[in-house]
Design a protein. Structure first.
Length: 175
């Protein structure tokens, strides 16, 4: 059964995309920073409103409100493409198990594959659903045991919501 996507209804979307084979590629600050920069570039390019985000070692969650005329799959694909290109460049010439595990054969060619090909998205139909997903993003590092307090994970929008200095991305606060 094919899932229906509602790209043109103006509602918030909760989006998850994962690294290839859920490898912990985003375990270092450089690569997490590249993903944050790609999200920011995607927002400038496509004009979506960012309500929340978290960058985890093997996946990313976003809560966004895309423009009415946008294709969310394309938008996410561009964020993935931008980040993959930069991370691939950073890994070039470095022999590691990680880079060896990020190769896939497609169309008879061996290619770098940072991300799973698809993403998961959920249409947030109510304000309560939006804030549930924002909270989910912020608590994800705690649930995964990366930190004991969401304020200690700078790779999310939590600090912006708490008014802490040094937030990595500005949030478009109204749902």
């Amino acid at each position: 059964m094919k899932l229906r996507h509602f790209d043109h209804d103006g509602r918030a979307r909760f989006i998850t995309f994962s690294t290839y084979h859920h490898l912990p590629v985003l375990s270092n600050a450089l690569f997490r920073g590249i993903v944050v920069d790609a999200i920011d570039e995607g927002r400038r390019t496509f004009g979506f409103r960012l309500l929340a985000y978290v960058v985890m070692p093997d996946h990313v969650h976003l809560v966004i409100i895309p423009p009415i005329d946008s294709d969310v799959g394309y938008l996410v694909g561009e964020i993935k493409r931008l980040s993959a290109r930069s991370i691939h460049t950073a890994l070039k010439g470095k022999e590691s198990d990680l880079s060896a595990n990020l190769v896939v054969e497609r169309g008879g060619r061996r290619r770098f594959a940072l991300w799973q090909r698809r993403c998961y998205d959920h249409n947030c139909r109510t304000d309560e659903s939006v804030w549930e997903k924002v909270t989910y993003c912020h608590n994800n590092p705690v649930r995964r045991g990366l930190v004991d307090d969401p304020a200690k994970w700078c790779w999310s929008s939590y600090c912006w919501y708490q008014g802490h200095p040094g937030s990595l991305l500005e949030i478009d606060c109204s749902a």
